[in-house]
Write a protein that binds this ligand. Structure first.
Ligand code: URA
Length: 210
Protein backbone atom coordinates (compact mmCIF):
# COMPACT_ATOMS: atom_id res chain seq x y z
CA UNK A 1 0.00 0.00 0.00
CA UNK A 2 1.36 3.44 -0.90
CA UNK A 3 0.79 6.80 0.71
CA UNK A 4 -2.06 7.39 -1.73
CA UNK A 5 -2.32 11.16 -2.12
CA UNK A 6 0.37 13.86 -1.98
CA UNK A 7 -0.70 17.50 -2.18
CA UNK A 8 2.23 19.72 -3.10
CA UNK A 9 1.76 22.78 -0.91
CA UNK A 10 4.95 24.54 -1.97
CA UNK A 11 4.28 28.32 -2.18
CA UNK A 12 5.45 28.54 -5.80
CA UNK A 13 3.02 25.80 -6.83
CA UNK A 14 0.15 27.40 -4.93
CA UNK A 15 0.89 30.86 -6.34
CA UNK A 16 1.00 29.60 -9.92
CA UNK A 17 -2.18 27.58 -9.38
CA UNK A 18 -4.03 30.68 -8.14
CA UNK A 19 -3.06 32.49 -11.35
CA UNK A 20 -4.27 29.53 -13.40
CA UNK A 21 -7.63 29.41 -11.63
CA UNK A 22 -8.38 33.07 -12.43
CA UNK A 23 -10.92 33.34 -15.24
CA UNK A 24 -9.03 36.40 -16.54
CA UNK A 25 -5.78 34.48 -17.15
CA UNK A 26 -5.19 34.31 -20.92
CA UNK A 27 -4.31 31.14 -22.84
CA UNK A 28 -0.60 31.87 -23.31
CA UNK A 29 -0.05 32.57 -19.62
CA UNK A 30 -2.15 29.56 -18.60
CA UNK A 31 0.02 27.31 -20.78
CA UNK A 32 3.23 28.81 -19.44
CA UNK A 33 2.09 28.35 -15.82
CA UNK A 34 1.07 24.76 -16.53
CA UNK A 35 4.52 24.06 -17.92
CA UNK A 36 6.15 25.56 -14.82
CA UNK A 37 3.89 23.74 -12.35
CA UNK A 38 4.34 20.44 -14.19
CA UNK A 39 8.06 20.64 -13.47
CA UNK A 40 7.52 21.31 -9.78
CA UNK A 41 5.05 18.41 -9.53
CA UNK A 42 7.43 16.18 -11.51
CA UNK A 43 10.16 17.01 -9.01
CA UNK A 44 7.91 15.72 -6.22
CA UNK A 45 6.66 12.59 -7.97
CA UNK A 46 10.18 11.46 -8.92
CA UNK A 47 11.74 11.99 -5.52
CA UNK A 48 12.13 8.25 -4.86
CA UNK A 49 13.68 7.33 -8.20
CA UNK A 50 16.58 4.95 -7.70
CA UNK A 51 20.14 6.14 -8.23
CA UNK A 52 23.46 4.37 -8.47
CA UNK A 53 26.91 5.75 -7.98
CA UNK A 54 29.07 6.56 -10.97
CA UNK A 55 32.81 7.15 -10.71
CA UNK A 56 33.57 10.56 -12.22
CA UNK A 57 36.37 13.09 -12.22
CA UNK A 58 35.73 16.64 -11.17
CA UNK A 59 38.43 19.20 -12.06
CA UNK A 60 39.88 18.43 -8.61
CA UNK A 61 39.42 14.77 -7.65
CA UNK A 62 37.77 11.46 -8.47
CA UNK A 63 34.47 10.85 -6.75
CA UNK A 64 31.45 8.53 -6.67
CA UNK A 65 28.44 10.55 -7.74
CA UNK A 66 24.78 9.44 -8.16
CA UNK A 67 23.05 9.04 -11.50
CA UNK A 68 19.58 7.66 -12.26
CA UNK A 69 19.48 3.87 -12.29
CA UNK A 70 17.35 1.44 -14.27
CA UNK A 71 15.23 1.92 -17.37
CA UNK A 72 14.20 5.35 -18.58
CA UNK A 73 10.89 6.27 -17.07
CA UNK A 74 7.71 6.44 -19.12
CA UNK A 75 5.45 9.50 -19.20
CA UNK A 76 1.94 8.69 -20.38
CA UNK A 77 -0.28 11.55 -21.48
CA UNK A 78 -4.00 11.00 -21.19
CA UNK A 79 -5.27 12.90 -24.25
CA UNK A 80 -5.77 15.65 -24.83
CA UNK A 81 -5.20 17.75 -21.72
CA UNK A 82 -2.34 15.52 -20.51
CA UNK A 83 -0.20 17.03 -23.27
CA UNK A 84 -0.14 20.32 -21.40
CA UNK A 85 1.76 18.66 -18.56
CA UNK A 86 4.01 16.64 -20.82
CA UNK A 87 6.12 19.41 -22.37
CA UNK A 88 7.40 20.79 -19.07
CA UNK A 89 8.07 17.34 -17.68
CA UNK A 90 10.10 16.41 -20.75
CA UNK A 91 12.29 19.49 -20.27
CA UNK A 92 13.07 18.21 -16.78
CA UNK A 93 13.42 14.53 -17.76
CA UNK A 94 14.54 14.70 -21.40
CA UNK A 95 15.40 11.01 -21.68
CA UNK A 96 11.92 9.84 -20.60
CA UNK A 97 9.96 7.66 -23.01
CA UNK A 98 6.49 8.91 -23.91
CA UNK A 99 3.14 7.24 -24.48
CA UNK A 100 -0.40 8.39 -25.21
CA UNK A 101 -3.80 7.09 -24.17
CA UNK A 102 -6.91 8.44 -25.90
CA UNK A 103 -10.33 7.79 -24.40
CA UNK A 104 -13.76 9.20 -25.12
CA UNK A 105 -16.98 8.83 -23.18
CA UNK A 106 -19.68 6.69 -24.77
CA UNK A 107 -22.86 8.79 -24.80
CA UNK A 108 -25.10 5.81 -23.96
CA UNK A 109 -23.09 3.87 -21.39
CA UNK A 110 -21.12 6.92 -20.11
CA UNK A 111 -18.13 4.58 -19.94
CA UNK A 112 -14.67 5.52 -21.32
CA UNK A 113 -13.86 3.90 -24.68
CA UNK A 114 -10.30 3.67 -26.02
CA UNK A 115 -9.54 5.31 -29.40
CA UNK A 116 -5.74 5.51 -29.17
CA UNK A 117 -3.10 3.61 -27.24
CA UNK A 118 0.62 3.79 -27.93
CA UNK A 119 3.12 3.24 -25.12
CA UNK A 120 6.86 2.51 -24.78
CA UNK A 121 8.04 -1.11 -24.62
CA UNK A 122 9.10 -2.86 -21.40
CA UNK A 123 6.59 -0.89 -19.33
CA UNK A 124 6.96 -3.52 -16.59
CA UNK A 125 10.56 -2.38 -16.01
CA UNK A 126 9.88 1.35 -15.96
CA UNK A 127 8.49 3.85 -13.53
CA UNK A 128 5.32 4.94 -15.32
CA UNK A 129 3.82 8.39 -14.69
CA UNK A 130 0.34 8.94 -16.12
CA UNK A 131 -0.53 12.62 -16.49
CA UNK A 132 -3.86 14.43 -16.77
CA UNK A 133 -4.40 17.90 -15.29
CA UNK A 134 -7.85 17.19 -13.83
CA UNK A 135 -8.76 14.17 -11.70
CA UNK A 136 -12.53 14.77 -11.73
CA UNK A 137 -14.76 11.64 -11.65
CA UNK A 138 -11.61 9.57 -12.15
CA UNK A 139 -13.38 7.32 -14.68
CA UNK A 140 -11.01 8.02 -17.58
CA UNK A 141 -7.92 7.95 -15.34
CA UNK A 142 -8.96 4.60 -13.88
CA UNK A 143 -9.60 3.27 -17.40
CA UNK A 144 -6.22 4.57 -18.61
CA UNK A 145 -4.45 2.87 -15.73
CA UNK A 146 -6.34 -0.38 -16.44
CA UNK A 147 -4.90 -0.25 -19.96
CA UNK A 148 -1.38 0.50 -18.69
CA UNK A 149 -1.56 -2.45 -16.31
CA UNK A 150 -2.81 -4.69 -19.14
CA UNK A 151 0.26 -3.53 -21.10
CA UNK A 152 2.48 -4.69 -18.23
CA UNK A 153 3.04 -1.57 -16.11
CA UNK A 154 3.64 -2.38 -12.44
CA UNK A 155 5.02 0.80 -10.95
CA UNK A 156 2.51 3.54 -11.81
CA UNK A 157 2.04 7.04 -10.41
CA UNK A 158 -0.53 9.62 -11.42
CA UNK A 159 0.23 13.32 -11.71
CA UNK A 160 -2.51 15.95 -11.90
CA UNK A 161 -2.95 19.62 -11.24
CA UNK A 162 -6.31 19.46 -9.45
CA UNK A 163 -8.18 16.57 -7.88
CA UNK A 164 -11.77 16.19 -6.66
CA UNK A 165 -12.47 13.93 -3.65
CA UNK A 166 -14.71 11.77 -5.89
CA UNK A 167 -11.85 11.10 -8.31
CA UNK A 168 -9.33 10.38 -5.58
CA UNK A 169 -11.72 7.87 -3.99
CA UNK A 170 -12.49 6.22 -7.34
CA UNK A 171 -8.76 5.82 -8.01
CA UNK A 172 -8.03 4.60 -4.50
CA UNK A 173 -10.66 1.89 -4.82
CA UNK A 174 -9.68 0.78 -8.33
CA UNK A 175 -5.90 1.21 -8.03
CA UNK A 176 -4.75 1.38 -4.39
CA UNK A 177 -1.16 0.85 -5.56
CA UNK A 178 -1.11 4.07 -7.61
CA UNK A 179 0.26 7.14 -5.90
CA UNK A 180 -1.39 10.45 -6.84
CA UNK A 181 0.49 13.74 -6.76
CA UNK A 182 -1.55 16.95 -7.16
CA UNK A 183 -1.30 20.67 -6.46
CA UNK A 184 -4.72 20.82 -4.74
CA UNK A 185 -7.66 18.75 -3.56
CA UNK A 186 -10.76 20.83 -4.35
CA UNK A 187 -14.21 20.74 -2.79
CA UNK A 188 -16.44 18.65 -5.09
CA UNK A 189 -17.74 18.04 -8.61
CA UNK A 190 -20.71 20.00 -9.93
CA UNK A 191 -23.64 18.43 -11.83
CA UNK A 192 -21.67 18.66 -15.10
CA UNK A 193 -18.64 16.88 -13.68
CA UNK A 194 -16.52 20.03 -13.32
CA UNK A 195 -14.22 20.42 -10.35
CA UNK A 196 -15.33 23.20 -7.96
CA UNK A 197 -13.81 25.74 -7.40
CA UNK A 198 -11.54 24.35 -10.15
CA UNK A 199 -10.29 26.26 -13.16
CA UNK A 200 -12.82 25.30 -15.83
CA UNK A 201 -12.03 23.03 -18.77
CA UNK A 202 -8.28 22.52 -18.67
CA UNK A 203 -8.06 21.47 -22.33
CA UNK A 204 -10.00 24.50 -23.54
CA UNK A 205 -7.98 26.84 -21.36
CA UNK A 206 -4.59 25.53 -22.48
CA UNK A 207 -5.43 25.19 -26.16
CA UNK A 208 -7.74 28.22 -26.52
CA UNK A 209 -10.72 26.16 -27.68
CA UNK A 210 -14.31 26.32 -26.46
N1 URA B 1 -12.02 18.29 -16.79
C1 URA B 1 -11.70 19.60 -16.84
O1 URA B 1 -11.02 20.06 -17.75
N2 URA B 1 -12.15 20.39 -15.84
C2 URA B 1 -12.89 19.93 -14.82
O2 URA B 1 -13.23 20.70 -13.93
C3 URA B 1 -13.20 18.56 -14.80
C4 URA B 1 -12.76 17.75 -15.80
Amino acid sequence: MVDHLTIVKHPLVQHKLTLMRKVSTPTALFRQLLREISQLLAYEITRNLETKNLKIETPLVEMDSPELAGRKLALISILRAGNGLLDGMLELIPSARVGFVGLYRDEKTLQPVQYYFKVPDLLEERMVIAVDPMLATGNSSVAAINLLKEAGAKNISFLCLLAAPEGVENMRKAHPDVKIVTAALDSHLNENGYIVPGLGDAGDRMFGTK
